[in-house]
Every structure is written in structure tokens, then in C-alpha cells.
Design a protein around this ligand. Structure first.
Ligand SMILES: O=C(O)[C@@H](O)[C@@H](O)[C@H](O)[C@H](O)CO
Ligand SMILES: [Mg+2]
Length: 401
């Protein structure tokens, strides 16, 4: 079997997605998600100009060899653009392999380790009462795990608060700027989770995304203040370039820590995992080198009792979600999978076999990862430049959004 062509499909059904489609001489095709929010065209160009020409004529079944060729052969290793491009190729090749075998991907990854993949929903509101209501709605829908984000009194435009039904952080055009106050945030967050536990008890798994906005000692303080409310995890408490910084947080709090949605290789998290400085690793199929590399990260994590909690926001396409669910169904150390509902337009552009029932998802039994793309429909949604926000402190200092 040989790769005869590979194409990039950029579409914007409410938000931008970049999809790689690999075609073969036997008519079998595979899809990979190459979406990098705010940098979509960089990955599209990396694939078009530097990767696709090298794929033509290769055997698509040689997944590992092609992965190594694209990683070692690039010379300039790692980074979000390179690893998203490699991820798209890898995911498409696994899709092809499943179709050739006539098996859903999870069967090629060791078979089911569980009946379904527990997912967590995104509940957010402008204030505590609204966030309480949103969390209650997801409990009603059967979700066992819910992330809660609320507006912070005195601050406008903080991370994670939807303006409409679907939360999308990127806005058209240039980055929007917002003002951040750590003091206001730290004084407020414990009251949100106290209210949630008073209303819903200790049953639901409650998660919270700090979104890189604290220093290590501030993160330690937050973790400590949240211990009475027993969070499932506190996510991205501080920027993770300095993996050692998490030792300081660990010394002060038992609140579990999740990190990694911005990671693109095992080297970003090797020390965090081996020193057990985190409890969940959030690297995703679409950004961390695909199924081949993410499985390596998950296997390393399993040795240290670290579980997965893969990123799954709506800026990762249904192709990534489908592939993540196959991996999540098979690996022994699944923690939870993030699930934000895509818009109806997105779901129509990307028909898929995965399902959601009572807070658990299943990838389905379709051979491959079970997600396709309606190219005719995709063409109706042209790319629209968009950028993620930027945060500053009140004195104008550039901060972490
Ligand atoms: O945990 C999450 O889902 C967030 O951190 C994301 O919404 C993140 O802000 C976006 O994926 C950025 O594009
Ligand atoms: Mg996050």
C-alpha cells in the first residue's frame, strides 16, 4: 500500500479547524487533527510545505518509521507546530491502519480496559449563582465530573467564561487584552467551591482550571484553601516550563494537580511524572505527537501512578476527540477525558461514531477512529483569522492568560 496524496482542509464552522487527509493507492483514507488555536496556518504550512512531499510513496502502515522520520528528520525537534503536524500524520495513519484491519482503533491499542471513558463537562458562569446553576445542569445530564469556572468580582473578561452557549477563547482578529488580579482571584475561588459543595455535596468530581495564572507559592496557597472541598484536580496552577516549581506546590497541598495541555512531548513532563509532582497529565493527541507519542507519555505516567486527563476543548476537532476516546478506552491509567460539546455546525462537518451516555463516552465500533469530514460542507466555512487573549496586571505588566 502507498500514500498517493495528502491534503490540508481548513474550515471554520464557528471556529477554525485544520484537518489532514491522507489518501492511498487502495482507496483507504485517514484523518488527523492539526488544529493549533490561533496558529492554525503555521501548522497547515508546515504540513503542506515540509511534510506532505515526504509522505508521497511511503507505506502508510509504517506508522512508527514515519513518526521517527518526521521527528528526528526535522532536525529542529519538538515545539507546538512541529508536534501538531506530526500528530496529524500519526493520527491519520492509525485511522488507516484501523480501516485496513477492519477494527476500531482501541482494539489495536490493547482492547477495552473499561466500559466507557469518564468525561468532565465545562460549567461556567459570570458569578457564583450562575455557575452553581450550570454545574447543576450537568449533574442532571448525568456527568460525574464537572469543571467549574466563574467570573471574579471586580474583574471583566477572565479565562473560561462563555459569552454564549459555546465557550470559545479565541476572538476574530488581533488578541483581545484583559486585566488580571491574583489577589481578587485568590480571595474569591474558595467561596465558589464552598458554595458548590454546600449545594451538591461531596459526590460530584469538581475540577478547576487556574490556567497558568499563579506563581508557585500562590498556587500552593490556592491548593491548600481548596482542600476542604476535595477537588478532583487543580489544573495548570502555574506555568510549567520550570517543572521543578511544582515541588513547592506539592510541599504545601494535597489538592491533586493536572498539567500539560500546552505540552507537546514527553520531555515537557518527564520530571513532573517521575518525581510525582503531578497527578494527571493533560497532553493531547492533537498537540503531543499523535497516538504513538501520547501512548508513550501515558505508559511513563502509569509507572508513577499518574493518570491521563487529556485536553479536549472545542478548539481540538472531533477527529482529536475520536482518537482520544480510543486511547482513553484502552490505556490502564485513564483519569478523565475533557469534553466540551462542539457546535452543531462542527458536528455536521465532522460526522463521528463516538457517543455520550450518563457522563461516559465511547468511541464506537467503526474501523479506525470513527470520525470523517464532509469536505463539501467544510468548504462552506472559510478560515477566519482569530487569536487567543492576552492578560495584563493592573499596572500593565504582561501576565499569563
Ligand atoms: O482546559 C481547557 O480546556 C482550557 O485550558 C482550554 O480551553 C484552553 O484555554 C484552550 O484550549 C486554548 O485554545
Ligand atoms: Mg486548561
Amino acid at each position: 500500500m502507498k500514500i498517493t496524496n495528502a491534503r490540508i482542509i481548513v474550515t471554520c464552522p464557528g471556529r477554525n479547524f485544520v484537518t489532514l487527509k491522507i489518501e492511498t493507492d487502495e482507496g483507504v483514507t485517514g484523518l488527523g487533527d492539526a488544529t493549533l488555536n490561533g496558529r492554525e496556518l503555521s501548522v497547515a504550512s508546515y504540513l503542506t510545505d515540509h511534510v506532505i512531499p515526504c509522505l508521497i510513496g511511503r507505506d502508510p502502515q509504517r506508522i512508527e518509521d514515519i513518526w521517527q522520520y518526521l521527528y528526528r528528520g526535522a532536525y529542529w525537534r519538538r515545539g507546538p507546530v512541529t508536534m501538531a503536524a506530526i500528530a496529524a500524520v500519526d493520527t491519520a495513519l492509525w485511522d488507516i491502519k484501523g480501516k485496513i484491519a477492519g477494527l476500531p482503533l482501541y482494539q489495536l491499542l490493547g482492547g477495552q480496559s473499561r466500559d466507557g471513558v469518564m468525561v468532565y463537562a465545562h460549567a461556567n458562569g459570570r458569578d457564583v449563582p450562575e455557575t452553581l446553576d450550570r454545574v447543576g445542569e450537568y449533574i442532571e445530564k448525568g456527568y460525574k465530573a464537572i469543571r467549574a469556572q466563574s467570573g471574579v468580582p471586580g474583574l471583566s473578561g477572565v479565562y473560561g467564561i462563555a459569552k454564549g452557549k459555546f465557550y470559545e477563547p479565541a476572538t476574530k482578529g488581533l488578541p483581545q487584552e484583559s486585566v488580571w488580579s491574583t489577589e481578587a482571584y485568590l480571595d474569591f475561588v474558595p467561596s465558589l467551591f464552598e458554595a458548590l459543595r454546600v449545594k451538591y455535596g461531596m459526590g460530584p468530581h469538581l475540577l478547576h482550571d487556574v490556567h497558568h495564572r499563579l506563581t508557585p507559592i500562590e498556587a500552593a496557597r490556592l491548593g491548600k484553601s481548596l482542600e476542604p472541598y476535595r477537588l478532583f484536580w487543580m489544573e495548570d496552577p502555574t506555568p510549567a516550563e520550570n517543572q521543578e516549581a511544582f515541588r513547592l506546590i506539592r510541599q504545601h497541598t494535597t489538592t491533586p494537580i493536572a498539567v500539560g495541555e500546552v505540552f507537546n512531548s514527553v520531555w515537557d513532563c518527564k520530571d513532573l511524572i517521575q518525581n510525582q509532582l503531578i497527578d494527571y497529565i493533560r497532553a493531547s493527541v492533537a498537540h503531543a505527537g499523535g497516538i504513538t507519542h501520547l501512548r508513550r507519555i501515558a505508559d511513563l505516567a502509569a509507572l508513577y501512578q499518574v493518570r491521563t486527563g487529556c485536553h479536549g476543548a472545542t478548539d481540538l476537532s472531533p477527529v482529536c476527540m475520536g482518537a482520544a476516546l480510543h486511547l482513553g478506552l484502552a490505556i490502564p491509567n485513564l483519569g478523565v477525558q475533557e469534553h466540551m460539546e462542539h457546535s452543531p455546525e462542527t458536528d455536521t462537518v465532522f460526522p463521528h461514531s463516538y457517543t455520550l451516555t450518563d457522563g461516559y463516552m465511547h468511541p464506537g465500533e467503526t474501523p479506525g477512529h470513527g470520525v470523517e469530514i464532509d469536505e463539501e460542507l467544510a468548504a462552506k466555512y472559510p478560515y477566519a483569522p482569530a487569536a487567543l487573549p492576552v492578560a495584563r496586571l493592573a499596572d500593565g505588566t504582561l501576565w499569563n492568560w
